[in-house]
Design a protein around this ligand. Structure first.
Ligand SMILES: *[C@@H]1O[C@H](CO)[C@@H](O)[C@H](O)[C@H]1NC(C)=O
Ligand SMILES: *[C@@H]1O[C@H](CO)[C@@H](O)[C@H](O)[C@H]1NC(C)=O
Ligand SMILES: *[C@@H]1O[C@H](CO)[C@@H](O)[C@H](O)[C@H]1NC(C)=O
Length: 398
C-alpha cells in the first residue's frame, strides 16, 4: 500500500517520468527499500504502547483491551468461560497491566489450556494481590497429567519485564510455564494448591501441579510461595536462571530436569530458598537414555530444607516418569555443581540425605563443601569418582 502510494505520488509529480535506462531499476529498488523500511517502522510504532488506559471488565473486552495498545491495561474482576483462555499474548511493547479484581476460570471443559497467557516486550504485570482462580478442585482426580480427565495448564508467562504479586489458586495441573528469553523477573507470586493435598484413596487429589516449569533464559524467580504436589521448580532448559528466596511447601522440591536429549542448561543459581515438607529438597534428574545434553554451572547457596521425606540432595541419571530404572546412562553431562555458603537440609526419619547416581564419567566438578544434613539416613553415591568437600554420612549440620 505504502509503496504503491509513494510510487503513485512520485509518478504524478514526474519524478519517475524519465528514469535513466541504466539505473532506473536501481532507483526504483531504492524507493522500494525505503518504503519497506518505513512500513517496518510503522509496524514497530504500532506495536509500542501509547499513553492511555483501557479497563477490561469482562472476558468479551479482553481482545479490544489488547488491541487498544494502551500502556495501562486494567483487569477488573470477571469470569473466563470454560474452555477459553485469558489471552494477553499480543501486548504492545511497554504495556503495564494492573489487576484490580479476581479472575475466575470456569470449569466444565476438559482441555489442555493454558488458561492464561502473557507475552510482550518490556511488559510489567502487577497482580496487586488479586487471584487467578483455576478451579482445580473440579478437575483433580489424583492423576494429574498422567491420566484421568484432560486438565488445563494454568499460565504461560513469556513476557520480558516483570510479573508480580498475583495469586494462582487451585491450578488444575502445572501452574506456571516460564518461556521468556529476554530478562524477566517473577516475584511475589503465590501458587496455592493446598486444597489438592486432600486425599482420595490414599493419594493427593492434586498431581503434577508444578509451580514453575522453566524453559527460558535470563529469568529471575524471586520471593514467591509455592504450595503444591509436584516440583516447586523444574528447569527443563535455558541459561542464566536464578531461583532465590522462594518458599516451597509440600511438593517434590527444587529440580533441574527432567533433562531430555538435545538440551542445554547453563548458569543456574538456586539460593536462599526454604523447602518445607517436600519429598526431595534439591534435585538434578536426567532422563534414562537421553543424549547430547548438558547441565553446567549450578550453584546452590543458603538454602534450607526441613521434613524432607525421600532424598535431600538427589542427582540421578536414570530418570523415568514415576519409575527410575536404577541404571544411569551417560548421554547427559553434569558439570560444576557447587554447594557454597551453607545449605542445611533437614530430613524426615524416612529420608536419605544424598542420592547420587551418575553415568560413567558424566559428573564432574562437584563441590559439596557448603552442604550439611540433619536426620535421616546417609543414602548412597555412585558413578562419580570424587566430590570435593563431601563424605557420605559425615556431613552433619553443626
Ligand atoms: C541474567 O538474567 C537476569 C534476570 O533476568 C538479567 O537481569 C541479566 O541481565 C541476565 N544476564 C545476562 C548476561 O543476560
Ligand atoms: C545437540 O543439541 C543441540 C541443542 O542443544 C542441537 O542444536 C544439535 O542439533 C544437537 N545435535 C544433534 C546431533 O542432534
Ligand atoms: C510439616 O509437616 C509436619 C509433619 O507432618 C507438620 O506437623 C507441619 O505442620 C508441616 N509444616 C508445614 C509448614 O507445612
Amino acid at each position: 500500500m505504502l509503496l504503491h502510494g509513494l510510487l503513485a505520488v512520485l509518478a504524478a509529480t514526474g519524478a519517475m517520468a524519465h528514469p535513466k535506462v541504466v539505473d532506473g531499476r536501481l532507483e526504483q529498488r531504492g524507493l522500494e527499500d525505503r518504503a519497506v523500511v518505513e512500513e517496518r517502522e510503522l509496524a514497530t510504532r504500532a506495536s509500542t504502547a501509547t499513553a492511555c488506559s483501557y479497563t477490561i471488565t469482562s472476558y468479551s473486552t479482553v481482545a479490544s483491551g489488547v488491541a487498544s495498545k494502551c500502556n495501562n491495561l486494567v483487569l477488573k474482576a470477571f469470569t473466563v468461560p470454560a474452555g477459553k483462555a485469558l489471552d494477553l499474548s499480543g501486548l504492545a511493547t511497554n504495556t503495564n497491566v494492573n489487576m484490580k479484581g479476581d479472575i475466575t476460570f470456569a470449569s466444565g471443559t476438559n482441555w489442555a489450556g493454558p488458561l492464561f497467557v502473557i507475552k510482550g516486550t518490556n511488559v510489567n504485570f502487577q497482580g496487586n494481590g488479586y487471584t487467578f482462580n483455576g478451579n482445580g478442585q473440579d478437575y483433580w482426580d489424583t492423576k494429574g497429567s498422567n491420566g484421568g480427565v484432560t486438565k488445563p495448564k494454568m499460565a504461560k508467562i513469556s513476557n520480558s519485564g516483570s510479573f508480580r504479586n498475583a495469586i494462582f489458586l487451585n491450578t488444575p495441573v502445572q501452574a506456571i510455564s516460564v518461556g521468556a528469553t529476554s530478562p524477566l523477573t517473577i516475584a511475589g507470586v503465590t501458587i496455592d494448591n493446598r486444597a489438592g493435598n486432600t486425599l482420595s484413596g490414599g493419594s493427593a487429589l492434586g498431581h503434577n501441579t508444578d509451580c514453575f516449569d522453566v524453559s527460558a533464559s535470563n529469568v529471575l524467580i524471586d520471593s514467591n510461595k509455592c504450595y503444591n504436589q509436584d516440583d516447586c521448580l523444574a528447569i527443563n532448559k535455558g541459561t542464566n536462571i536464578t531461583f532465590s528466596n522462594n518458599y516451597c511447601n509440600g511438593g517434590h522440591g527444587i529440580s533441574i530436569g527432567s533433562i531430555q536429549s538435545d538440551v542445554v542448561v547453563k548458569t543456574v543459581v538456586i539460593k536462599g530458598n526454604a523447602i518445607v515438607n517436600n519429598t526431595n529438597a534439591l534435585r538434578i534428574k536426567t532422563v534414562y537414555g537421553a543424549t547430547n545434553a548438558s547441565v553446567t554451572d549450578v550453584t546452590y547457596k543458603g538454602n534450607a530444607a526441613s521434613g524432607t521425606t525421600t532424598y535431600g540432595v538427589d542427582i540421578q541419571q536414570d530418570y523415568e516418569n514415576g519409575s527410575p530404572t536404577g541404571t544411569a546412562t551417560s548421554g547427559v553431562k553434569i558439570k560444576n555443581v557447587v554447594f557454597s555458603g551453607t545449605n542445611k537440609i533437614g530430613m524426615a526419619s524416612s529420608g536419605k540425605q544424598a542420592y547420587v547416581l551418575c553415568g560413567s564419567g558424566t559428573c564432574t566438578g562437584f563441590d559439596f563443601t557448603g552442604l550439611c544434613f540433619t536426620g535421616g539416613s546417609k543414602g548412597s553415591v555412585s558413578g562419580v569418582s570424587s566430590i570435593t568437600g563431601f563424605t557420605l554420612g559425615s556431613q552433619t549440620c553443626s
